[in-house]
Design a protein. Sequence first.
Length: 618
Amino acid sequence: MRRLLLLFITATTTLHVAAQAQVPTYLNPKAPIEERVKDALNRMTLHEKVKILHAQSKFTSAGVPRLGIHQLNMSDGPHGVREEIEWNSWNAAHWTNDSCVAFPSLTCLAATWNRSLAATYGNAVSEEFAYRGKDIMLGPGTTIARMPLNGRSFEYMGEDPYLAGEMAVPYIKSVQANGVACCLKHFALNNQETDRMSININVSERALREIYLPAFEKCVKEAGLWTIMGSYNRWLNIHCCHNDSLLNGILKREWGFDGAVISDWGGTHDTWQSATGGLDIEMGTGTDGKTSDKSLGYDTYYMANPLETLVREGKISMDIINDKAARVLRTIFRTAMNPNKAIGSLCSETHYEACQKIGEEGIVLLRNNGGLLPLDARKYNRILVVGDNAVRNMSEGGGSSELKTRHDISPLDGLRAIYGDKIEFARGYYAGRALYAKAEKLDPDSLQKLHDEAIKKAKESDLIIFIGGLNKNGYEDCENTDRKSYNLSYGQNELINDLAKIQKNMIVVTFGGNAFATPWINNVKALLHCWYLGSTSGQTLAAVLSGDVNPSGKLPVTFAKEQQDYPCFKYGEEGYPGKDGQVHYKEGIYVGYRWFDTKGVKPQFPFGFGLSYTTFKY
Ligand code: GLC
C-alpha cells in the first residue's frame, strides 16, 4: 500500500513539474517579470510589438491575443474611477454598474499634509479601479501651481515640490500595491490650460530642476512609478509627449524610469519624434469615428503602421521597438497579468470613510473671529444657508476627472442632517450647468431674483452660512480653460458683502481648487475653505462646522490679496498666458511662497496657514 502511495505521489509530482515546465515563462506568474518580458518579446512578431505601442480604443491599448497577453485598460482618475466610456468615442457608455465614490480633490489631500492619509487614499481609490477591471489610473497629478487661475489646479498638489512629492509617493505606492499602475501627470510644465496643446514653455534649468521636476523625480525614484503621462505643451519647442531630452534624457536615463510613457490624449504629433523621443504608448489621436470596415483606424496612428514601415525600411532600429515593447509588457505583467492584482471593491463603507477622513483633514479654517465656530446650534433659531455650491454636485464636470457617483451628499443635506429645520435655504446665485470648457448663458433677471430672495431671507435669520467659491464649470476649475479672473464669479463678492451688511454672524464656506480674492474678508466672521470633498461633502463639512472634527488643514497654495501679487503676472503676456505661442517663466524659482517671502509681499493667507478650534497662549 505504502509503495503504491509513494508511486502515486511521484507520478503526480512528475506530471505537475512537467506541466509547469510546459507553461511558457511569460505566462508563468511565478517567473520574475524581466524573464516574462524577455520571453514574450522573443515570441512576438514586429507587427505585434508595434500593435501594443498605441491605442486600440479610446481607453485601451492592445495586448497580444495570439499569445494570451492582456490589453491594458486605462481610466481617468485621479479622484475616482470614471464612468465607462464608449469603445471608440468620448461618449459615456451609460453602464448601470459603474457609479463610484468620488474622493476629495488632490489639493484637498495635499492640505492634510498627512502622508498616511495619502496612502489610505491610494489604497481606497485603486480598489475601485481594480474592481472596475482597470489596469492604469490616469493620475495623480504633481504639476506645480505656478499660476492661480490654472483650470486644473484642483487635480494637483499645490505650489511646493517637496509637499507635492511627499504626498504623491505614498498615494502611488498604495495604488500600485493593488496591481494598478499610476500614470503621473502631466509631464511636464503643464502649468496652464490656455493654449495647452501647443504653448512652448521657456524656463530656466534651475527652476525646472528645483520647482517643476522634483515631485515627478521623487515619484519615479521613491514610489517606483509604473507609467507617466506626457503633457500636451512643448518644452524646447518640442511636444512633451515625444521629447527626447525630457523623456529619454531626464526621465529614462537620468532617473532610471523603467515604466511606460503614455501620451496625453491627442498629444502625439509625429512618427519619427515618437519613435526617437521616448514615447511608449500613443493614446487618443483622433480616434472618433476613425474606424473602417476593413481595419480599425488605430492602425493609422503615428506609432502604428507608419512606425512599422520605418522599421521595415531600416530607418528605426529594432532596439528602439524592443525597448518600447518591453516597457509596455512590463506594465502588463505588473498589472493586468499580475497574479496578486487586487479584486477590489466599489462604493464600500471603508471607501466612504476614507473620503470623509481625507476631507475632514483637508478643510482649512482661514478665519474664525468671535468664536462663531464651532457652530453651537442652541444659540440660533434660523440659520440661513445661501449659495449655489450648497446644492451642487461637484463631482460632475471639470473635464476628464469628472465622476458619476452613486451618492453625493450636498452641503445643504449635510447641514440639515445636523441642524434640522433650523436651516433655511436661499440659492442667492446660480452658476449654470457644469459644461466642458464652456460657460452657460444665464438670465440676469432670474439671477437678480435669487439675489433679492437671499437678501430678504437674510433679514429673518440670526446666522448666515454662505456656501460658494469655484466650481467645475468651464472657466472655473475645468480642464482646457483657465479662470478669467482671480475674483469669485457670479456676483458672489457683492452678494457676500450685501448679506454681511444685514447679518454680522456670517460664515463663508468656499469650494475650489486654488486661491481667489477675498475682498469681503473683514466683513465676515469666519471662512472655511474645502477644496472639493467628494461623495461625502455635506457630511464632512457638517462634521467640521459642528466641531465634531477639529479643522487641521494647512494651505498647499498661497492666497494672495490681489491677482497681480503673483509673480507670473509681473511680466505681461509673456509671463502668462504667453505671446506667439511662447510663455516665459521669468520669475524663475520664485513660485508661491518663495516669491511672497523673498520679496516681502504680504499674502492674504500664506502657504501652510490654517487655524483650528484650539486656542493657544504663550
Ligand atoms: C485629457 C487630459 C488627461 C486625461 C486624458 C484622458 O485630455 O489632459 O489628464 O487623463 O485626456 O481623458
